[in-house]
Design a protein around this ligand. Sequence first.
Ligand SMILES: *[C@@H]1O[C@H](CO)[C@@H](O)[C@H](O)[C@H]1NC(C)=O
Ligand SMILES: *[C@@H]1O[C@H](CO)[C@@H](O)[C@H](O)[C@H]1NC(C)=O
Length: 187
Amino acid sequence: MISAVLICLLKNIPIICTGASSYSITVKKYVCIDTPYKESTLYVCKNIPRRNAPTMIQVLIHVPKLYDIILVKVSLFYKFSTYQPFLITVNRDACESIRNPPQFGIEKHVYDIVQETVPELLAPCPSGNRTYNITWYLQDRHAPKNIPAGDYKLQVKLQALPDVPVFGMDVYCSVRSTGIVSKFMLQ
Ligand SMILES: *[C@@H]1O[C@H](CO)[C@@H](O)[C@H](O)[C@H]1NC(C)=O
Ligand SMILES: *[C@@H]1O[C@H](CO)[C@@H](O)[C@H](O)[C@H]1NC(C)=O
C-alpha cells in the first residue's frame, strides 16, 4: 500500500494514484447500449462475476469498416433520485488523441486508463476492419480524485461520423471512500 503511494508520488501521477488508495468501486453491472449497431456486430456482451475479485465485462465485436475519426464520449452520472450528469464529460476524437496523447486533466486520465488496460485500442487510425475481443473491468484506482461516495453510472460511447454508433456501454457502480491516503499522509 505505502509503496504504491510512494511510486505514485515519484512518478508524479497524482490523479490515478490518489484514486488508488482513497476509493473503493463496486461494479453492479455493465450494460452494452445503443444496440443493435448500424455497422458493427456485437457477438458477446456479458458480465463475468468472479469470486473475491471485481466483475468483468467481455465484449466480442466485429467492426467491419475502417474509420479515420472516432468520437469518444465519456460521461459520468451521479445518482440523486435519478442519474444526473456529473463532473466528467470527455468528448473527443480518439484518433486525434492517439496521434497526440492528451497531457492534462481528465482526458489524460482516461487515455492513461486505456493505455494501461486495453492498449490494443490505441493502434494508429484508421481503426476497424477487425474483431475486438476485450475483457475489462473498472478498477478502484480509475476513480478520479475527490468524488463523493455514492451510486454512479459511467457511460462510454464510440461514434463514427456522421452518426454511426460503433459501441456503447453503461457501467453501474457505487463508490465508497476509504480515506487511506489522508490517514497515511497524516502519519
Ligand atoms: C481488412 O483486413 C483484411 C485482413 O485482415 C485485409 O486483407 C484487407 O485489406 C483490409 N481491408 C482494408 C480496407 O484495409
Ligand atoms: C475471447 O477472449 C476470451 C477470454 O480471453 C476467450 O475465452 C474467447 O475464446 C475469445 N473468443 C474469441 C472468439 O476469440
